[in-house]
Design a protein around this ligand. Structure first.
Ligand code: FAD
Ligand code: NAI
Length: 476
């Protein structure tokens, strides 16, 4: 006899495990089937984000940043430590420890919420049941479900002429595990992964060359912010080549040679490792039995409506496997909304107030519309920006570069976008997200008291600058 649940979630990443927890909180009998496999073959809940994405990358970014500062900035503070030594093995161990702590935490949360966590591969059958093939092999079983949530995530895009081999031509997971610092690291794609992983290894000593197909740096970001960020990254020694496309790559025993093409023609380069980070694609291999009623669009995403319903009744899909930003917090919020809708509650999600963050140094963060998007849409707007250079806290931190830029509607004063390049932009953006969520005006932020000295004062001054009322800068 097959087991019966109110909700079966397929995929245990931030979309799936959060949906499972909220479903259980709503009193629904819930199972979560997940087939993540670590390098040693072990299973862990948490998906890409916890096992090979958000969490381990942030651990390496933090460690590498401290190493870099110890070598380059401590002198300036009057701290003499000499040349810092690198113990990469300990750094990697620390990262692995954090990952384990968090993935283990999900298992505990599942137990506490009485969720059945099932390591295995799930498949939606024509009759609506979920077939589970256990992780370690063995006989498949079938689960009955009143509702199914598909949350199978994404996987790196592979270029046909630069196949991942795990040694020389690698994806972001491999690039979190290098056991020695590559002398020369090539990075294809100067997007979020390229910049974060490029920064890690550059700080630890690699010569990093980035090949980016677009002429514009960070084309999805506000271009004033992107230009400032590009200048700072280049000053740090990242060699970022724009308008350059990889056309060939050949891995040898000790290195990898590539050919890339830009307006000047073809060029060759050789690296010790080549990270290919040209985007991720939805992962749905083997998930859907023919005729199960769930559709996949031309780009491979599961087709869903605004409330994440697929074409089949009582089957939902969330996270990287559906349209929208491929971000953990977007996946989780969709999971919460779907679990609430299943429980008959009212729930919706504001896709216009999802923050994007690049955890480089300085960090880049934004929410809402860019200036370019407002211009294209003919929306009348006013803008104010303020630099970290005039901020006492940023100076005390020796990180007084970058700016906050605010865009507000010319007539209504509603904040339409906030863009930051600077220290702790990942934390500062939360105030801006709240402002957009509550449809605040620039004046609302102007009238909000910000503590002194704090980095958030730069957001306050940017709001004041929208109406040419900044106090600690010249209003133009
Ligand atoms: P996933 O996390 O990919 O989880 C899907 C799970 O489903 C996996 O465990 C997979 O094994 C499992 N699965 C797939 N098919 C099946 C099946 N048939 N049966 C059972 N299980 C299945 N986002 C951020 O917001 N912030 C960050 O800082 C950030 N950093 C990142 C750094 C890197 C290097 C990478 C690669 C990504 C990063 N992301 C970040 C993106 C983030 O990881 C994803 O947006 C997020 O993990 C998506 O969650 P998800 O639940 O949709 O999918
Ligand atoms: P991305 O979309 O951010 O960047 C890919 C880059 O590669 C683009 O700039 C693109 O123009 C370029 N490109 C594509 N084909 C190319 C080619 N043939 N040659 C040269 N350049 C080429 O994708 P990325 O960095 O792989 O990350 C995938 C996703 O993972 C991100 O979109 C993001 O959603 C998520 N992520 C989020 C993080 C965060 O929130 N901090 C961190 C890391 C990943």
């Amino acid at each position: 006899m097959s087991k019966a649940f109110d909700v079966v979630v397929i995929g245990g990443g931030p979309g799936g495990y959060v949906a499972a927890i909220r479903a259980a909180q709503n009193g629904l009998k819930t199972a979560c089937v997940d087939n993540w496999s670590n390098r040693d073959g072990s299973h862990a809940f948490g998906g890409t984000c916890l096992n090979a994405g958000c969490i381990p990358s942030k651990a390496m970014l933090e460690s590498s940043e401290l190493y870099y500062r110890a070598g380059h900035e401590f002198d300036h503070h009057g701290i003499k430590v000499g040349k810092p030594g690198l113990d990469l093995a300990t750094m990697l161990e620390r990262k692995a420890g954090i990952t384990k702590q968090f993935t283990g935490g999900i298992t505990q949360l599942f137990k506490a919420n009485k969720i059945e966590g099932i390591p295995g591969t799930g498949r939606l059958l024509k009759d609506g049941k979920v077939e589970v093939t256990p992780a370690g092999g063995g006989t498949a079983e079938q689960l009955e479900a009143r509702h199914v949530i598909l949350a199978t995530g994404s996987t790196p895009v592979e270029l046909p002429f630069a196949r991942f081999d795990g040694k020389r031509i690698v994806d972001s997971w491999d690039a979190l595990e290098f056991d020695e610092v590559p002398k020369r690291l090539g990075v294809i794609g100067a997007g979020v992964i390229g910049l974060e992983m490029g920064s890690v290894w550059s700080r630890l000593g690699s010569e990093v060359t980035m090949i980016e197909a677009q002429d514009q740096f960070l084309f999805m970001a506000d271009q004033q912010i992107a230009k400032d960020a590009l200048r700072q990254f280049k000053n740090q020694g990242l060699d970022i080549k724009l308008g350059a496309k990889l056309v060939d790559a050949k891995a040898g025993g000790n290195d990898v040679s590539i050919v890339y093409e830009d307006k000047q023609g073809k060029h060759e380069a050789t690296f010790d490792k080549l990270l290919v980070s040209v985007g991720r694609r939805p992962y749905t291999e083997g998930l859907l039995e023919d005729g199960c009623g769930v559709e996949i669009d031309a780009r491979g995403f599961i087709t869903v409506d605004d409330e994440n319903r697929t074409g089949r009744r009582n089957v939902w899909a969330v996270g990287d496997c559906v349209r929208g930003l491929m971000l953990a917090h977007k996946a989780s919020e969709e999971g919460v909304v779907v679990a609430d809708l299943i429980a008959g509650k009212t729930a919706e999600m504001n896709h216009d107030a999802i923050p994007s963050i690049i955890y480089t140094a300085p960090e880049v963060a934004w929410v809402g519309k860019t200036e370019e998007q407002l211009k294209d849409a003919d929306v009348p707007y006013k803008t104010g920006s303020f630099g970290f250079a005039a901020n006492g806290r940023a100076q005390a931190m020796n990180q007084a570069s970058g700016m906050v830029k605010m865009l507000a509607h010319q007539e209504s004063d509603e904040i339409l976008g906030v863009h930051i390049v600077g220290p702790m932009a990942s934390e500062l953006i939360a105030e801006a997200v709240m402002a957009l969520e509550f449809r605040a005006s620039a004046e609302d932020v102007q009238l909000t008291i910000h503590a002194h000295p704090a980095l958030a004062e730069v957001t306050h001054e940017a709001a004041l600058a929208v109406d040419k009322k900044a106090i600690h800068g010249v209003n133009r």
